[in-house]
Design a protein around this ligand. Structure first.
Ligand code: FRU
Length: 434
């Protein structure tokens, strides 16, 4: 099975991108996967491969539960290359109180979480029986973190050692835990970082440097407090990490990674040209096709300029949208792209998805293409825009990504039942030239 432009669930359920890496000439993108039904369950790592980040081929499942420490699921994690081998780090979960009516879920939050590793010689073959080992057992010290809500190792190479960041919680506050290793086997706890009023648990942290700046990305739970079912969004902020002490200083001026509040659990790595590229999961309230739920955004290049974090569509995606069309009905598998400049007060309608510009902000309203999900937020607004009002809108049947000024802000929403009608002033329409 293959996907173009955006990776989608091959069947069943997918959530977070995992183990994203350019390795031995190919991009490997693993994903949180429950292959048996379109709902979250005992997690496996699905696997897709690409040579260009926009044509994906789904492969066999890479990781599945085999050990006591991951018997209830192989949760999120990351990959690095060392001496030609692929090293994967992930969270193994063990339910201490299983739900008797659904053994793929636990009861009363009773589970433990450990950090595990597995390697591969080629990126395809994983010995789930013999090759897994625990690198960090469940945390016992409440001053450090939590025995169940500690997860999602992201590993990177520092100056002369490997570093790992984990998402965790202590005193009802989300936090990051930092570890160091010289051999990828033994990990020493260094320090933690936290912030007030940013949710009770931080999932899927990612730290990287780009354009000479450190950037931290994480997905805090219980942050927006608007009592909608999705109370978690992905946050990014400039940050300084000290390798000697393991301390991280996180800037107070954070940004939403995406203003549409659907993208979650992003993961980044560098592409073969050295661009920092992030991919995120778009949460969906219902399958987009029978037995398929979960879709990823277009890979985005992350850049920092004047202390602002930009997310532009990866050039390999942009370069594909070259065939000019006059109506969405002519679009191929990869959907279409609509480009325009928006005037103040202007309103446009893309198959039922409405965008408007009010002074310096863009508002999106998906209420007409999100039937039956009134409990989920439908109207979103960007912060104040500074660099103009050029919009490149990439439209898939179930995902609309609005890139403003090539990534000054991005607003992404999942949608259902878009029509082929576009109501807008001057615009250009392109689809993928296949
Ligand atoms: C985020 C998350 C991660 C966890 C995974 C489980 O969506 O909750 O923290 O590892 O999903 O599927």
């Amino acid at each position: 099975m293959s996907d173009i432009i955006r990776l989608k669930a091959p069947k069943g359920w997918i959530n977070d991108p995992n183990g994203f890496i350019y390795y031995k000439g190919e991009y490997h993108l693993f994903y949180q996967h429950f292959p048996y039904a379109p709902q979250w369950g005992r997690m496996h790592w699905g696997h897709a491969v690409s040579t260009d980040l926009v044509h994906w081929e789904h492969k066999d499942i890479a990781l599945y539960p085999t050990k006591k420490n991951d018997r209830s699921g192989c949760f999120s994690g990351s990959a690095v290359e060392h001496n030609g081998k692929l090293h994967i780090f992930y969270t193994g979960v063990d339910y201490t109180e299983e739900n008797p009516e659904n053994i793929n879920a636990c009861l009363n939050d009773e589970f433990t979480a450990a950090q595990l590793s597995i390697t591969s010689e080629n990126g395809y073959d994983f010995d789930n029986i013999n090759d897994k080992f625990t690198v960090i057992p469940p945390i016992e010290d409440k001053n450090i973190g939590c025995k169940n809500h500690t997860r999602d190792p992201k590993v990177w190479r520092g100056k002369d050692a490997w570093y790992m960041v984990l998402g965790s919680t202590a005193d009802k506050k989300g936090r990051l835990l930092f570890y160091k290793s010289t051999d990828l086997v033994n990990w020493e706890y260094l320090n933690f970082a936290e912030k007030d009023n940013m949710g009770w648990m931080w999932e899927c942290p990612d730290y990287f440097e780009t354009d000479g700046k450190g950037v931290i990305v994480f997905s805090p739970m219980g942050f927006l407090k608007d009592e909608k079912p999705y109370d978690s969004v992905a946050i990014c902020a400039l940050a300084d990490f000290c390798e000697e002490t393991g301390k991280m200083n996180i800037s107070d001026s954070w940004q939403l990674l995406d203003c549409g509040e659907d993208l979650y659990a992003p993961q980044s790595n560098v592409d073969k040209d050295g661009n920092r590229v992030v991919i995120a999961w778009a949460r969906m309230p219902e399958p987009f096709e029978k037995n398929r739920i979960g879709i990823y955004c277009i890979p985005r290049v992350v850049e920092v300029r004047n202390n602002h974090i930009y997310f532009r569509p990866h050039p390999n995606a942009v370069d594909l949208f070259t065939r000019k069309i006059s109506s969405p009905t002519e679009a191929g598998e990869g959907g279409y792209k609509l480009s325009l400049d928006m005037k103040d007060g202007e309103k446009i309608n893309i198959g039922g998805y409405k965008l408007s510009r009010n002074n310096d902000r863009i508002t999106a309203d998906r209420s007409n293409v999100f039937a039956g999900h009134n409990e989920i937020k439908c109207v979103f607004e960007t912060p104040e825009i500074k660099e103009g009002y050029h919009l490149d809108i990439y439209v898939d049947k179930n995902l609309i990504e609005v890139y403003i000024n090539n990534g000054e802000y991005v607003l992404t929403n999942t949608v259902y039942g878009l029509s082929d009608e576009i109501i807008a002033g001057n615009y250009e329409l392109y689809t993928v030239s296949e």
